[in-house]
Design a protein around this ligand. Structure first.
Ligand SMILES: NC(=O)c1ccc[n+]([C@@H]2O[C@H](COP(=O)([O-])OP(=O)(O)OC[C@H]3O[C@@H](n4cnc5c(N)ncnc54)[C@H](OP(=O)(O)O)[C@@H]3O)[C@@H](O)[C@H]2O)c1
Length: 277
């Protein structure tokens, strides 16, 4: 049976059962976009996202697919094609990697990180572009580990850096077809994965010691990230392509010595009197 001709724009957001992907899916639904909700294992959470999409007045479907597996990617896009026959917006949001020092990364960590985070982005962007004959938008979600080195983040940070490079090549080649390709690079964003990073990696520095060094002095929210992604997916961003937009409260613009480590009288000018004064 031929796919229905979609009345509304159609988006695919990987990893939209929770976290940033879910908040983005609901923002898109609120502005009349149908959303394909992809997830790996939390079917119940994906169904809840779809229920909330429908409550917002749009529609969509849930598709279980592990983006580490090329066969799953093929099946994901086959389901999108069968249901909608085209795509307007594609967001490569899902990610996963082992958090270990470089010296402890084994072959399977390297292979799995590449497959899950970088190979999947390229395979999915190729398929998404095929479904965008009249132009479209592609955004990949990266993180400040692409720009700055910090403990245990090498495997994922290097993959995110690779994706930001892929964005420039894709933007160049897909631009003539009216498809923009950009990255949104997050700092510390308040989701399950941030809790895991600071709560479950043995010996990790306390999150408070990082937050105090961020110019805006707080974690980002999933909403902060989704707003930036939604902007790049919108008509307002039609002439922006090949870019990486940081949403990190200023984390990546500062360097040691940090204001948080100064004491009175210097500290008072920016952070108020320190306990030591
Ligand atoms: N949180 C941060 O501090 C932070 C900072 C910068 C950038 N980011 C980036 O933001 C993006 C989203 O992160 P988040 O914090 O919102 O994540 P999250 O809350 O941990 O949610 C992860 C989502 O990805 C899905 N997922 C995980 N592995 C998958 C796989 N192999 N195949 C398909 N889906 C998979 C999960 O599905 P299930 O529910 O089925 O498990 C879930 O929907 C990631 O690219 C991450 O690197 C996060």
């Amino acid at each position: 049976m031929a796919p229905e001709t979609p009345a509304r724009p159609v988006a695919l957001v990987t990893g939209s059962s929770r976290g940033i992907g879910k908040v983005l899916a609901l923002k898109l639904a609120a502005r009349g976009v149908d959303v394909v909700v992809n997830y790996k294992k939390n079917a119940d959470l994906a169904e809840e996202t779809l229920r909330e999409i429908r409550a917002a007045g749009a529609d969509g479907l849930t598709v279980q697919a592990d983006i580490e597996q090329p066969d799953d990617i093929d099946r994901l896009f086959a389901e999108v094609t069968e249901r909608y026959g085209r795509l307007d917006l594609f967001v490569a949001n899902a990610a996963a990697a082992a958090f270990k020092p470089v010296s402890q990364l084994k072959l399977h960590h390297l292979d799995r990180s590449y497959a899950t985070n970088t190979r999947s982005f390229v395979l999915m962007a190729q398929r998404a572009a095929e479904l965008m004959p009249d132009g479209g938008r592609i955004v990949t979600v990266t993180s400040y580990g692409s720009l700055r080195a910090f403990p245990t983040y090498a495997a994922l940070g290097a993959a995110k850096a690779a994706n930001e490079a892929w964005v420039t090549f894709m933007a160049t080649e897909y631009g003539p077809r009216g498809i923009t390709v950009n990255a949104v690079n997050g700092g510390l964003i308040d989701t399950d994965s941030l809790d895991y990073f600071y709560g479950s990696v043995p010996g990790m520095a306390p999150m408070e010691t990082v937050l105090e060094k961020i110019p805006l002095q707080r974690k980002g929210t999933a909403d902060d990230m989704a707003d930036a992604i939604d902007f790049l997916l919108s008509d307002r961003a039609g002439y922006i392509t090949g870019q990486t937009l940081s949403v990190d409260g200023g984390l990546t613009i500062v360097a040691p010595p940090f204001w948080a480590d100064t004491t009175s009288p210097l500290r008072d000018a920016v952070l108020g009197a320190s306990d030591a004064s």
